[in-house]
Design a protein around this ligand. Structure first.
Ligand code: HEM
Ligand code: HEM
Length: 178
């Protein structure tokens, strides 16, 4: 049991599985977004990478909710973040969570208020509307921009974890998530 939950020395098996599993899924999700942005319409590679964007994005949304609940339940037992750099790390992690919820959230809201409805893995979760609900569409206008911002914050996060903690400070920060 103790290996499943977090401790002040390291993140437990559940937190690590969620962290690295979702990191791989984000890689695939950004590959899909990059293909949509950069490849020619009608290209087979673009179609293949784009085909899973909605289902994987919805899965990431469900997983981040689960991860947030698990993180809150383990908050008192997680590795501490002391000092100004630790405060900055906590703020950075909060921004990551905020964007991980908002980016898919606004598109899911838009789909739920659209004349096509919201489907997930082939199931119609919210039926099509007779007319689009305007206010539900508006936040989705920033979906792409917020998505790219999330990518930037993730790259900063990786630079801190590997570049700073592992290579410069040579501390145990990376080891406690590895
Ligand atoms: C964490 C999950 C997600 C990430 C990181 C993400 C990221 C992105 C990014 C960066 C773009 C811009 C691509 C471009 O400029 O061509 C984009 C576009 C798009 N995404 Fe997502 N997405 C996610 C989830 C979703 C979900 C759940 C849906 C649908 C319910 C969705 C539907 C779309 C659509 C329709 C577009 C094209 C229109 C637009 O740019 O708003 N995405 N996504
Ligand atoms: C090569 C890729 C990555 C590396 C090396 C890495 C490394 C780490 C490390 C070492 C920690 C522990 C930091 C600490 O305790 O202060 C951590 C935590 C965290 N990472 Fe990453 N990370 C990577 C990718 C990602 C991605 C793609 C995301 C999500 C968008 C992410 C989101 C988080 C969050 C939110 C935390 C806080 C702990 C939690 O609630 O899970 N990381 N990461």
């Amino acid at each position: 049991m103790s290996d499943l939950t977090d401790s002040p020395q390291r993140y437990g098996a559940v937190s690590r599985a969620l962290h690295w599993g979702m990191a791989l899924m984000f890689l695939a999700q950004f590959a899909s977004a990059l293909a949509h942005w950069g490849l020619e319409r009608g290209s087979a590679l673009r179609d293949a990478l784009w085909s899973y964007h909605t289902d994987l994005g919805f899965t990431l949304f469900l997983l981040v909710l689960l991860r947030g609940i698990w993180g809150l339940a383990n908050l008192a037992n997680r590795p501490a973040h002391g000092g100004p750099l630790g405060q900055a790390a906590r703020l950075g992690h909060a921004v990551l969570y905020g964007l991980m919820i908002l980016v898919p959230g606004v598109r899911i809201l838009a789909a739920a208020g659209s004349d096509r409805g919201l489907s997930y893995l082939g199931f119609q979760v919210v039926p099509p509307r007779a007319a689009e609900v305007t206010w539900m569409q508006l936040p989705a206008e920033w979906h792409g921009e917020m998505g790219w911002l999330l990518l930037l914050v993730i790259l900063g996060h990786i630079a801190m974890a590997v570049g700073y903690h592992r290579l410069i400070a040579r501390d145990t920060t990376l080891a406690r998530m590895a």
